[in-house]
Design a protein around this ligand. Structure first.
Ligand code: MG
Length: 662
């Protein structure tokens, strides 16, 4: 019967709720036998709904025992930025997205459908209400009712103007703006499960911060809770199919279930979130600790999801709902991270990742250290080397995820190449197999092109697609086309006496495979052998994208020397077929949303007219200052497909490099 009432309540609930009108639906959603709700129950069954609502508010204002580990009420602080978001919001200027600054004004009578630039993210993220929690902090710190009053107004206005209507869940995953019209047009933005579930989590903080405000009336509480219930139910009915979205949604549903145990359905929410996280951590994290979307930003995000969910559960007595293997996997993910960081704690912008500010990521290590206080390596990174121990190995392979690190040290003066060559990685992953970033002596010499923007209308897509192209990465293409298949296989990862070697192969195109062999020679420079095998014919292109700044190009010698200010430079020289030509290409890189920097980019093009493989050998020699006159030569002694032997002469030294595959 209870369930029938509940279902009917959902179907017949109307959304035109006013702040001061009590929403009695709430009493059918709560377990009135929950300890502490005795007076609420009594008043409800006496048909004194106003009293019941008042008792409910009193209950929440006095409630103890539920821990919100994400908000320390004794030490609330507000940053300058948060204060600005809170104050701007009083005028309905809402912070939706970093890429669109200054923020837009949404009108006195708020237009939640205002969409000045047809970028999906701008519209989705408006519905994340990022200014609400800052308003809560501003209220908490000043007790100025204007923040609470305005929050209640906007909260209620949002509910009224963004009714939840059922749409085909597939529409939540659509990125092309022209594909969705009618009712679904707004619903897919306002109620995408990622945003809806995010509000579940954020509203826990808002609830905590505003609960004692005058504007937080008993009637508003009933609206708040009914809306909250609807969010949890909607998220569970519309979970994303996979990936980080599903993880976020599961974490937030779990938090909802734990923070509001008074809901009849709360135990189901908690179980649903826990079950998904326990299932997905096995599916989305490879044994080497890499998250399967192959995007280091999301990799980090997923560590946070898994560990925040665990924290919420542990601090509220549900820690044993996660097995020891769950925690072990989080540890592996963190170890994976350590190995893909540059010495300034930044990481490559592969796929959709954006570059964090130098050293800003130390705080992750500090947080993780609390989770694993016995881990000496974590301690090293959390303290910037003041305490703890370095990892045992410099070079590291996460071969299943396809992230390979060549490293000669951990300090700012180190040489570090991080190369990506993994399996298919879904939406956020770019067709960039074989690409790399290279850090030398404090500078990233080959930054990834990044992503620049996500999806939207045609104009937005055009921008996104430029940055996704295979040919704007440090890898090989056929006729400058995007890779058709992204499924690299690691053939070899081995320490030779004079080099660390990686051999990775991707079946890039119909009739053309790309094998890339990277030798990190003498702990100081790189020899990259690129081979294009197969029946396909056309122009084979080998692309390199540099850092912005001056470079000297000598097309006769197939040589590039950087002329960057400071003590971080490189010589790049390519040895290839006789027909090879060096060309300059359009180059950009983006490390933040809608920000881009022009940079030099080059390609070596050679004709492939027979099934014979085309082979390029590139020497990249990083040094403080470099000379064009530097002596360099290579000769291939043997290359049979499974065996390679080359001799490289650099700076009057001879290196014999090679391997034999099994
Ligand atoms: Mg990229």
């Amino acid at each position: 019967m209870k369930h029938l009432i509940l279902i009917l309540a959902c179907i017949f609930s109307f959304h035109a709720m006013q702040a001061q009108i009590l929403n009695k639906e709430v009493f059918s959603l709560l377990n009135l036998d929950y300890p502490g709700l005795e007076k609420v129950k009594e008043a409800y069954f006496d048909d004194k709904l106003e009293v019941a609502a008042q008792e409910l508010l009193t209950y929440y204002r006095q409630r103890t025992g539920i821990v919100n580990p994400f908000l320390d009420l004794n030490h609330i602080t507000i940053s300058e930025t948060e204060q600005k978001w809170a104050d701007d919001a009083l005028e309905h200027t809402f912070f939706a997205h970093n890429g669109y600054q200054p923020s837009y004004n949404y009108g006195k009578d708020i237009n939640w459908q205002y969409w000045p630039v047809k970028d999906n993210e701008l519209r989705w993220q408006l519905h994340r209400h990022k200014w609400f929690t800052p308003m809560g902090k501003a209220y908490w710190l000043t007790k100025d009712e204007k923040y609470a009053k305005e929050w209640v107004y906007q909260f209620t206005d949002w509910i009224k103007k963004n009714p939840l209507q059922q749409i085909d869940p597939i529409l939540y995953e659509v990125y092309d703006v022209n594909e969705v019209t009618g009712i679904a047009e707004n619903v897919r933005f306002a109620w995408r499960p990622l945003e809806a579930s995010g509000r579940l989590k954020d509203q826990i903080n808002q609830f905590t911060l505003f609960l004692n405000a005058q504007a937080f009336t008993p009637a508003f509480l009933t609206d708040f809770l009914v809306n909250y219930f609807r969010h949890a139910r909607h998220t569970m009915d519309n979970y994303s199919q996979q990936g980080n979205h599903l993880l976020f949604e599961a974490e937030y549903v779990l938090c909802a279930g734990i923070f509001f145990p008074e809901f009849i359905e709360a135990p189901n929410w908690r179980k649903s979130g826990t079950d998904i996280l326990n299932r997905e951590i096995k599916k989305q994290v490879y044994a080497d600790g890499g998250q399967y979307e192959l995007d280091l930003g999301y990799h980090l995000g997923c560590i946070e999801i898994f560990s925040d969910a665990l924290k919420m559960a542990q601090e509220n007595g549900y820690g044993d709902e996660f097995p020891a293997s769950y925690t072990e996997t989080i540890k592996k993910m963190i170890q994976f991270s350590m190995n893909v960081y540059f010495p300034d704690y930044t990481y490559p912008c592969f796929s959709d990742a954006r570059r964090p500010a130098p050293f800003s990521q130390i705080r992750n290590f500090q947080r993780w250290l609390k989770l694993f206080p016995e881990n000496e390596q974590l301690r090293y990174f959390a303290t910037q080397g003041k305490e703890g121990k370095l990892p045992d190995e410099l070079c590291h392979a996460a071969a299943k995820t396809g992230f390979f690190t060549f490293r000669n040290g951990w300090g700012q003066d180190a040489t570090v190449m991080i190369l990506k060559a993994g399996p298919k990685g879904e939406w956020h992953c770019q067709p960039d197999n074989g690409t790399f970033e290279l850090w030398f002596n404090g500078k990233n010499l080959f930054p990834d092109s990044g992503s620049y923007i996500y999806g939207g209308n045609e104009e937005v897509w055009k921008k996104r697609n430029w940055f996704r192209q295979t040919m704007v990465h440090n890898t090989l293409t056929l006729n400058n086309k995007n890779l058709e298949t992204t499924q690299s296989v690691t053939k070899l990862w081995e320490k030779l006496p004079n080099a660390q070697v990686l051999v990775t192969e991707n079946p890039s195109y119909e009739g053309l495979s790309h094998r890339r062999s990277v030798f990190f020679v003498d702990n100081s420079f790189f020899v990259i052998v690129d081979e294009a095998f197969g029946e396909a014919t056309g122009i084979v292109n080998l692309h390199y994208q540099l850092c912005d700044g001056k470079v000297d190009i000598d097309k006769q010698k197939n040589l590039l020397c950087t002329r960057y200010a400071g003590n971080s430079n490189a010589v790049l020289r390519c040895f290839g077929p006789d027909s090879m030509q060096m060309v300059e290409e359009e180059g950009w890189y983006s490390t933040a949303y809608l920000q881009r920097t022009q940079r030099p980019a080059i390609a070596f093009n050679a004709v492939k007219s027979t099934p014979e493989p085309v082979r390029y050998i590139t020497v990249i020699y990083p040094d403080k200052k470099v000379k064009k006159s530097m002596k360099m030569s290579v000769s291939v002694k043997s290359a049979t497909g499974h065996k390679m032997a080359i001799e490289v002469n650099v700076n009057h030294k001879t290196y014999n490099l090679g391997y034999e595959l099994e």
